[in-house]
Write a protein that binds this ligand. Structure first.
Ligand code: NAG
Ligand code: NAG
Length: 515
């Protein structure tokens, strides 16, 4: 007599098949869904043989295939991502199924200005650099690879860090078009790390890396309801990253949770001989035992947080939300020092008045020319070549619609002369007599501000900041809350933001059918 399968058995088999089919995996008797899973969830699933890096990469490649034609947040997929994932899986199996780091086998998406020595291009969103060959991986990429991370691909960005022309919309670049905010399609995705933030928000990557010169991590994090951490300048190497200003540029994580941002930060910080002066100076800030130890849900206890109402707390529909957040911060043990002032704040927030705008142009020309000279092969070797490339390719680079005024102005500068040096001195004094004075006088651990308007305060001084999801407008547009502190205060910022995130749990994934 042959075996017959009774209806109840069929049901059990069907259920089993359902549970085993992607993206669901059985973990400790619970369904495990990759979407919204954290690095910790995934590492546990790896360890329990419930998930492989290959399955994880396949999942994200499917998500990118279905969502990217609309969201345009991924500019290139790494053709070797699957092979890298399989290598991570076999390495883990060989080591008794133990990952060698929290990033081992984790797919990471990199902003298109971070160099990789592989099949991927590194172009800052521009056709001018397509086909160029970089000499080596960027310093942060070397660290990611050593940790066993999988390079999933490159994220789109505001072309050339939004430094080609102020008229170019946030999230637009010639190579991939307009990146969209996944919450409100007509909403501003902000930039310039737009693709890094959109992709993580829409679950097209586990974690991503972006860069900031002034607002480029914090603002897209804020506008796409994800966590973005802007490290102290020099904490992470800028070697192999298309530069804007060595004085302000910094590389940092964009993730769905503070915990993941801390794990990624742990992987990418450290001294790099190719960015020697800055990474050497900042190395003293790296805590022994790393950053993940500061993921403490009681992290707000005893913290002193400054509130600078003028000009950051303008009255709006968000006001009641932020007042409630200040109460939560207090309830969780922080002391709120209210109505503080940053003496010269009007100057700080005006890039022309404080001189930031002028000095960035000189720094951009000098540092970009150095970067381009180091390339093995490249269609362009200088800012002047890029300007000519754009003029010769008006259709590709949409030059009739979007100009290149900032490039042309930057090309007219001539290094860091007396004029620029005077501005640099002025900027330093503005920081010392403004933000630093406030922080020290009131013994603050951080200042807390709504949205991303405080970015210039942290940008011109090289200070760290972090944004955490804080709420949604009636139309679904997200906004964040930002904590910023003195150089090297990442441990405190992680404690504060992690405790806030755990107390409020605001982030929800975008519903991608919508507006
Ligand atoms: C590691 O995982 C594989 C399945 O991927 C399993 O066959 C093997 O027994 C595991 N080894 C250990 C030491 O747990
Ligand atoms: C990089 O650009 C070249 C064009 O020069 C293209 O052929 C190649 O496919 C690109 N790489 C990837 C991974 O898309």
């Amino acid at each position: 007599m042959g075996t017959t399968i009774s209806p109840p058995q069929t049901l059990v088999i069907l259920l089993l098949l359902l549970l085993l089919s992607e993206p669901y995996f059985q973990i400790n008797g619970h369904d495990f869904e990759i979407e919204e899973a954290t690095i910790e969830d995934v590492q546990r699933a790896f360890c329990d043989n419930k998930l492989t890096s290959r399955e994880l990469v396949d999942y994200y490649l499917d998500r990118i295939e279905s969502l990217n034609p609309v969201l345009r947040s991924v500019i290139e997929i790494n053709p070797d991502a699957v092979a890298e994932a399989e290598r991570a899986d076999s390495e883990r199996r060989a080591a008794d199924n133990v990952s060698r780091s929290s990033l081992h086998g984790i797919p990471v998406l990199l902003k298109d200005s971070i160099a990789t020595k592989d099949k991927l291009n590194t172009t800052a969103g521009s056709y001018a650099l397509l086909g160029a060959s970089v000499p080596r991986d960027a310093g942060v990429v070397e660290r990611l690879r050593n940790a066993g991370a999988v390079i999933l691909g490159k994220a789109s960005m505001s072309e050339w860090y939004h430094f080609r022309s102020p008229g170019i919309p946030n999230g637009w670049c010639a190579r991939s078009g307009q990146g969209l905010n996944p919450y409100v399609k007509s909403g501003d995705p902000c930039g310039s790390s737009s693709g890094s933030a959109i992709s993580v928000a829409a679950n097209m990557a586990m974690v991503s890396i972006g860069t900031e010169t002034d607002g480029s991590l914090i603002c897209p994090g804020d506008h796409n309801s994800v966590v973005a951490l802007k490290p102290t300048v020099g904490l992470t190497s800028r070697a192999g990253v298309i530069p804007l200003s060595p004085r302000q540029d910094t590389v940092g994580p964009i993730c769905r949770t503070v915990s993941e941002a801390a794990h990624v930060l742990d992987t990418i910080v450290g001294y790099d001989p190719r960015d020697s002066a800055a990474t050497m100076a900042a190395a003293k800030y790296i805590p022994s035992g790393g950053y993940a130890q500061f993921l403490n849900k009681n992290g707000l206890e005893g913290k002193r947080l400054g509130v600078v109402r003028n000009p950051f707390f303008t009255v709006s529909s968000r006001t009641p939300v932020f007042e409630a957040h200040l109460r939560t911060l207090r309830e969780k043990g922080a002391t709120i020092l209210d109505n503080l002032e940053i003496g010269n704040i009007d100057t700080v927030l005006n890039p022309v008045l404080c001189g930031e705008a002028m000095v960035l142009m000189a720094e951009f020309k000098v540092s970009l020319n150095e970067y381009l000279k180091e390339l093995i092969t490249s269609p362009v070797r200088s800012l002047s070549d890029v300007i000519i490339f754009n003029q010769n390719n008006p259709v590709l680079e949409k030059l009739t619609e979007y100009d290149q005024e900032t490039f042309i102005a930057a090309e007219k500068t001539d290094g860091l002369g007396e004029y620029e040096k005077a501005i640099l001195e002025k900027l330093e004094n503005i920081c010392l007599n403004g933000f630093e004075k406030l922080m020290k006088e009131h013994e603050l651990d951080a200042i807390v501000t709504p949205g991303s308007r405080a970015c210039p305060v942290f940008a011109i001084g090289g200070y760290p900041a972090i944004t955490v999801p804080a709420g949604y407008e009636n139309d679904g547009m997200p906004f964040g809350i930002c904590f910023g502190g003195l150089k090297g205060s990442e441990p405190k910022l992680i404690e504060i933001s992690y405790a806030f995130e755990k107390a409020t749990k605001i982030r929800r994934p975008p519903s991608l059918g919508g507006s």
